[in-house]
Ligand binder design. Structure first.
Ligand code: BES
Ligand code: MN
Ligand code: ZN
Length: 501
């Protein structure tokens, strides 16, 4: 999927009378009863003789978040329809957050399916958020449908905000479009079913993306993994006829202030292996490579936005299946870097492939390490389906959680309680892969990963088991299926590191 064709137009005051759009989008705020028109709606209201808010109230509109109400223009404007979308409540100063605009733009974009051309005034509230929300809300994954249904809106003109220069606006449109395109790269990978997306085919798709974006890529196949001793990735991969891979995808600008390593879990399907999962909901484990998709999309974005940072994504890929060749509970794996791990549950496979990749990432002495994975069901129990758990070095962890929240990708800092470490002691190996009890499952997984992080390296683990995959209906700018979380968080962290170090 691609984003609609976007362009900047003059502000709505001067552009509205001559736009060739079919639909004009404007924002409404929730007032005491009747909706209040948001910034950018003034010119449309003037064409309605100042009666637009009344007309919307008559139609039952309130301005609540994501409400969509359509009004015909009866020739008052070149566009035939006004689409009013709710932003929800403004704060005491009348301001709305970027996330309110992003969600409203997403809801509007979903309602615009089947429209050829739209003119959005939400950009006069917040250009970046309007563009991101529109691009992501317009997304749907129809690759496998014989009848794709209404196509996404083909072209959107964004009214230029009254503040800032034309040059700023152009740069904002470009950056917001690139961010949305990267989120969509991740969503497409996640939504591709596991019969078509397996370690080797993921590697092929990564190679194409790397080539298109000027990135270096190295693909280790099963022979290379054996030669180099990647026991975690190999162990998890042995149950499948489709062997594992380890990718290294790198963006290296000529001047890089810092080096950031990314690691993403790439289990292309997680059946649980011999410790097999129950049938109900197992299909959702097509999304168990969301971390891999997210870090691949992030390194592509780093290249598109030319961050002054070296960004290297390490992506371990395997399929976790039970078979006569599968690894078993009781096996001891010899991990990359030499540690041994006793496997007590083959369904705790993510931490095994990640451990190998984390050790490899650490060998290159990065300044920061960000790892992300659909690691534990316990994350969903603790934080729900929309909030990621962030663990790791305290300062870096808190920085990521805060930046994540600012992007609208909810994230919350979680501890690594020291007493859980002893519960990972093994009878015979250096470490067991599970604790043997249910308590703090998300945190225990973080403690396991910490054992493989190079000493002194600031690192964070983002558990996205819930937020990476939307099993409910569409909302805001989030479609069903792959969400692309945490690409926008990683983008924000990279931008922050580029800025502050
Ligand atoms: N991929 C799963 C975690 C998961 C669960 C992701 C639900 C998304 C939604 C992971 O490999 C897993 O199976 N974890 C186990 C760990 C347990 C065996 C310690 C879990 O959470 O049950
Ligand atoms: Mn599992
Ligand atoms: Zn898994």
């Amino acid at each position: 999927m691609t984003v609609p064709k976007f362009a900047l137009s003059e502000n709505s005051e001067s552009a509205l009378g001559k736009t060739r759009a079919d639909v004009v989008v404007l924002g409404t705020l929730q007032g005491d009863g009747a909706p209040v028109l948001a910034a950018g709606a003034g010119a449309v209201d003037a064409a309605f003789d100042g009666k637009l808010a009344d007309a919307l109230a008559t139609l039952g509109a309130s301005g609540k978040a994501e409400e969509v109400v359509k009004v015909p223009t009866f020739g008052k404007l070149p566009a035939g329809v006004v689409l009013a979308v709710g932003l929800g409540k403004a704060d005491e100063d009348g301001a709305v957050t970027a996330e309110q605009v992003r969600r409203a733009a997403g809801a509007a974009a979903r309602a615009l399916a089947g429209t050829d051309r739209a003119f959005s005034t939400l950009s006069e509230v917040d250009l970046q958020a309007a563009v991101e929300g529109t691009a992501l809300g317009a997304y749907s994954f129809v690759e496998y449908k014989s009848e794709p249904g209404d196509a996404a809106v083909a072209k959107v003109d964004f009214a230029s905000p009254s503040t800032g220069t034309a040059k700023d606006h152009k740069a904002t449109l470009k950056a917001a479009t690139a961010i949305a395109e990267s989120v969509i790269i991740a969503r497409d990978l996640i939504n591709t079913p596991p019969n078509d997306l397996f370690p080797a085919s993921f590697a092929d798709r990564a190679s194409k993306l790397a080539e298109a974006n000027g990135l270096d890529i190295e693909v280790l196949d099963e022979k290379a993994l054996k030669r180099k001793g990647f026991g975690g990735i190999l162990g998890v991969g042995t149950g499948s006829s489709r062997p594992p891979r380890l990718l290294r995808v790198a963006y290296k600008p000529s001047k890089a202030a810092k080096k950031v390593a990314l690691v993403g879990k790439g289990i292309t399907f997680d059946s649980g292996g011999i410790s097999i999962k129950p049938a109900a909901g197992m299909d959702q484990m097509t999304s168990d490579m969301s971390g891999a998709a997210g870090v691949l999309a992030s390194v592509v974005l780093a290249a598109k936005l030319k961050y002054p940072l070296e960004v290297v994504a390490h992506i371990p890929l395997a399929e976790n299946l039970p078979s006569g060749t599968a690894y078993r509970p009781g096996d001891v794996l010899s991990m990359y870097g030499g540690k041994t791990v006793e496997v007590l549950n083959t369904d705790a496979e993510g931490r095994l492939v990640l451990a190998d990749a984390i050790v490899r990432a650490g060998e290159e002495n990065p300044d920061y390490l960000i790892e992300t994975s659909t690691l534990t069901g316990a994350q969903v129990v603790a934080l729900g389906t929309r909030t990621a758990g962030v663990m790791g070095s305290e300062e870096f962890r808190d920085r990521i959680a805060e930046l994540g929240r600012a992007t609208g990708e909810h994230a919350w800092a979680m501890p690594l309680p020291e007493e859980l470490r002893a519960d990972l002691d093994s009878r015979l190996a250096d470490l067991a892969n599970v604790t043997g009890h249910r308590w703090g499952g998300m945190l225990a997984a973080g403690i396991f990963l910490r054992e493989f992080v190079a000493d002194g390296l600031p690192w964070a683990h983002i558990d996205i088991a819930g937020p990476s995959y939307n099993t409910g209906g569409p909302w805001g700018y989030t479609a069903k299926g792959g969400t692309g979380v945490p690409v926008r968080t990683i983008a924000a962290v990279l931008a922050d590191i580029a800025d502050k170090g």
